[in-house]
Write a new protein. Structure first.
Length: 279
């Protein structure tokens, strides 16, 4: 009997790629979305409206689902509470297996502050009684060019290294898990790129391959906080942004894993690959 799969985040980059890849193979999908007017029209896909923090709508949207691909919610002050509401709804709806997009450094004391949210969500899923698979993505390779502001990547990263992973590789890995979910129950995969680079090396590569000159400027923590004040973001969010760099400095984003190639049969993209393709 074919399992019914729900893919969240299908109006976004990773969830959208996963949904398109599976739909192209004839897999019937349920697509829980916040805004149905933005939903993709895919063959054999049923669109249902819900948000993670609306328990009743989520239970209804997940009715009949066996396996849930749960893309982590957008950053917010208490993202874990939002995740818990949706996980409870999944259990109430009868979902048997949740595949969750976590983070490489998920831990209760992760330097990257949002990695603590992911750890708490993982723990909640472990205790939920549902089967689970964690895709612990590193920082997205695709956002590395956007770290440069006015031609400068600024942050307290020092000489730390980053094994960033392309969103396309995360999506391909997720699709591989969802094709045979039972084979991946109780497993946490570490999704990284093929190498780890410093932000100075990233700036040099951006200068070489992109139509802009980019340099890296190391900062102290206090300088980093102050230099982001103009964005007008709340303090918790600014601290989370800066913790990306301090986590790099401490080596918490440097590990290179074979898991993308293990899952997909293809070597993951590196920064040069990604920038060359965009050029």
């Amino acid at each position: 009997m074919e399992q019914r799969i729900a893919v969240t985040g299908s109006t976004g980059t990773v969830g959208g790629r996963v949904a398109r890849e599976l739909a192209a193979e004839g897999v019937p999908l349920i697509l829980p979305v916040r805004s149905p007017d933005r939903a993709q029209h895919l063959p054999e896909a049923v669109v249902r409206q819900c948000t993670y923090d609306d328990a009743d709508a989520s239970v209804e949207a997940l009715a009949g689902v066996d396996v849930l691909f749960m893309v982590s919610a957008a950053e917010e002050a208490d993202r874990v509470a939002t995740h818990r509401t949706f996980i409870d709804a999944a259990k109430a709806a009868g979902v048997r297996h949740v595949v969750y997009t976590s983070f490489l450094g998920a831990a209760p004391d992760a330097t990257f502050l949002l990695g603590r949210d992911h750890w708490a969500t993982e723990e909640y899923l472990r205790r939920s009684g549902m089967a689970w698979t964690f895709l612990r993505d590193n920082l997205y390779l695709d956002v590395v060019p956007a770290l440069a502001e006015d031609g400068v990547i600024r942050g307290p990263a020092g000489d730390g290294r980053l094994s960033a992973v392309a969103q396309s590789d995360v999506a391909r890995s997720a699709a591989a898990v969802l094709r045979t979910p039972a084979d991946h129950e109780g497993t946490a995969y570490r999704l990284t790129g093929p190498e780890a680079f410093t932000l100075a090396e990233a700036a040099a590569l951006l200068t070489e391959l992109a139509p802009a000159t980019v340099r890296f400027e190391d900062q102290t923590y206090d300088e980093a906080i102050a230099s982001r004040a103009h964005h007008g973001a709340p303090r918790w969010q600014v601290e989370a942004w800066v913790s990306t760099y301090t986590a790099i400095a401490r080596g918490e984003m440097a590990g290179v894993s074979p898991d993308v190639e293990h899952l997909t049969g293809q070597r993951p993209l590196g920064l040069r690959d990604l920038l060359s393709a965009q050029g």
